[in-house]
Design a protein around this ligand. Sequence first.
Ligand SMILES: [Zn+2]
Length: 134
Amino acid sequence: MRIASAFTMFPDFKGVEERMIEEDIWTEELLKGAKLKKIKFPEFWQAAFRDKNAFFQRVFRETENYFKEQRKGEALPEGEEIRIFWHEHCLFCWEKFMTDMDTECFCTEDYTLWSCRDCFEKYREKLSLILLEK
Ligand SMILES: [Zn+2]
């Protein structure tokens, strides 16, 4: 599946997202040998919000950029409310992940590439995916 345009909502992000769009890198090439960690929502979000960790920072930054670009003049939602503007998709099957869902998924350490559990198991061997321990 080609990477769709979800990332283009956040033009401030450079790097992987930009390369995906500009060079037509396909999902399998992108994730070959990727190191992924297991994420369980909503617990992962609750801890992120409590600790204001890197994942929280990313959600905050994405929401901030979204408001800057698409909702000029509107006030940024307060506290935990910012999470409703964040979601990601499995790069293989496009399953959607949100922070309040009861779901288990996998992502790279920088939270840019995501996979659902089924696709992780399906492609684990073929793409030499590495599961990071906590
Ligand atoms: Zn999937």
